[in-house]
Design a protein around this ligand. Structure first.
Ligand SMILES: Nc1ncnc2c1ncn2[C@@H]1O[C@H](COP(=O)(O)OP(=O)(O)O)[C@@H](O)[C@H]1O
Ligand SMILES: [Mg+2]
Length: 391
């Protein structure tokens, strides 16, 4: 298994720096997902790892060895693209073993035919296409064709597996099934894998390491759970989640027990705990963490809004609105179907303290990222408890 390092990797097309100083380590055997909007540089990064695109600056290393100048057919990489052209006149078996016949990295001696056959069968079994080995691509379903494309890359026993939006040609149901298949496949064949997608569902299900890119740069690289729960900046916060996180500007405090900006109010100790300076901050709350506010103190963060549109999605309502005093400040909440909220209502939503995210309004970076947050929240809570006891 191969560990991959990207060190200050760059790529410029004409005047555009489309990959702009990417530093990334992909551990041996892990699956790394590059996620980001169209045009952010995912494919270009992947193609540089494959050797299909020259590295414009920086260095790519496989197991510590620089590969910038190594041609693609000597990198032991298997690739699957969105358009997985199979050979239409060949059977599935021939499509699969075709990859075995051009292996300069394995020296002049071709492996024995029986070995080849065994490897093809093994991969076909793994991908559950052994019953269509004698069929031609046109006789297969979309999902089966996709499996053949995966198989064609895998029979070559790649050390590195590179996939670029491999499921985007499939319909939604099949896509979901195939992504579970890919997760199973990776568990059974733990090859170092780089998977490019703009689909966050795929990214969250498949990734060991999730890398969110924007405009040629990495905004965050971490476990999917961490990226979702502790987004590094407002871009990641808004990009991940469906819909993404609500983000509102909160003006400097005017004193008093809580910090209010018209319709958004947060408990003062939460702000103190984040070490929030006296400047504007951006408050983030995910739609699924908002509820109709109750009288008790269980939901200390409050948001007042006017409801514009209510979508009933069966399992929940998606309520779209805006802050009462600022029609441009959008609010989205996932609420229970029975909550009775209607278009035109003015409602107060609440969230628990641990579901409130704070970002520096100028740099967009998460506040309290260094671990100070947890320590400080703990200290503030302990302080509040002591006060309560003293009383
Ligand atoms: N061969 C090329 N020549 C010029 N521009 C390119 C080339 N390949 C990609 N680009 C540009 O580089 C940017 C990043 O592209 P790409 O890596 O394909 O993004 P993604 O895969 O994230 O959608 C885009 O603006 C794209 O138009
Ligand atoms: Mg792409």
């Amino acid at each position: 298994m191969t560990r991959i390092d990207l060190d200050g990797v760059e790529k410029t097309f004409g005047a555009d720096r489309v990959v702009d100083g990417v530093d990334l380590t992909m551990a041996a055997g892990e699956l790394t997902v590059l996620l980001g909007p169209s045009g952010c540089g995912k494919t270009t990064t992947l193609r540089m790892v494959a050797g299909l695109e020259q590295v414009g600056g920086g260095e790519i290393r496989f197991d510590g060895r620089r590969v910038n100048e190594v041609p693609p057919d000597r990198r032991r990489v298997g690739m699957v693209f969105q358009s997985y052209a199979l050979y239409p006149h060949m059977t599935v078996a021939a499509n699969l073993s075709f990859g075995l016949e051009s292996r300069p990295d394995r020296g002049p001696r071709r492996r024995a035919r029986s070995d080849e056959r065994a490897r093809v069968l093994e991969i076909a079994r793994l991908l559950e296409i052994e019953h269509v080995l004698e069929h031609r691509p046109r006789e297969l379903s979309g999902g089966q064709r996709q499996r053949v494309a995966l198989g064609r890359a895998l029979v070559r026993e790649p050390e590195v597996f590179l996939l670029d939006e491999p499921l985007s040609n499939l319909d939604a149901n099949l896509r979901e099934r195939m992504r579970m298949e890919l997760a199973r496949l990776h568990a059974e064949l733990p090859i170092t894998t780089v998977y490019v997608t703009h689909d966050q569902g795929e990214a969250l299900t498949l990734a060991d390491q999730l890398v969110v890119m924007h405009a040629g740069r990495i905004r965050q690289a971490d476990s999917p759970g961490t990226v979702y729960e502790r987004p590094a900046d407002t871009f990641v916060a808004g990009f991940l989640g469906s819909p993404g996180m609500n983000l509102w500007a909160l003006a400097p405090p005017g004193g008093g027990p809580s910090r209010e900006h018209g319709d958004v109010s947060l408990p003062a100790d939460l702000l103190l705990a984040h070490g929030v300076p006296g400047a504007t901050v951006t408050v983030g709350i995910r739609p699924e963490h908002l509820e109709i506010a109750r009288e008790d103190a269980s939901l200390p963060a409050r948001v007042r809004c006017d409801v514009r549109v209510v979508e009933n999605l069966g399992s929940h309502l998606l309520v779209h609105g805006a802050l009462c005093a600022d029609a441009a400040a959008r609010v989205v909440a996932k609420l229970e179907v029975g909550c009775g909220v209607r278009r035109g209502d003015r409602i107060t939503l609440g969230a628990r303290e641990e579901h409130v995210h704070l970002f520096d309004a100028e740099t967009s970076a998460r506040l309290g990222r260094t671990g100070r947050e947890r320590v400080a929240v703990g200290a503030a809570r302990a302080g509040a408890r002591e006060e309560a006891v003293a009383r």
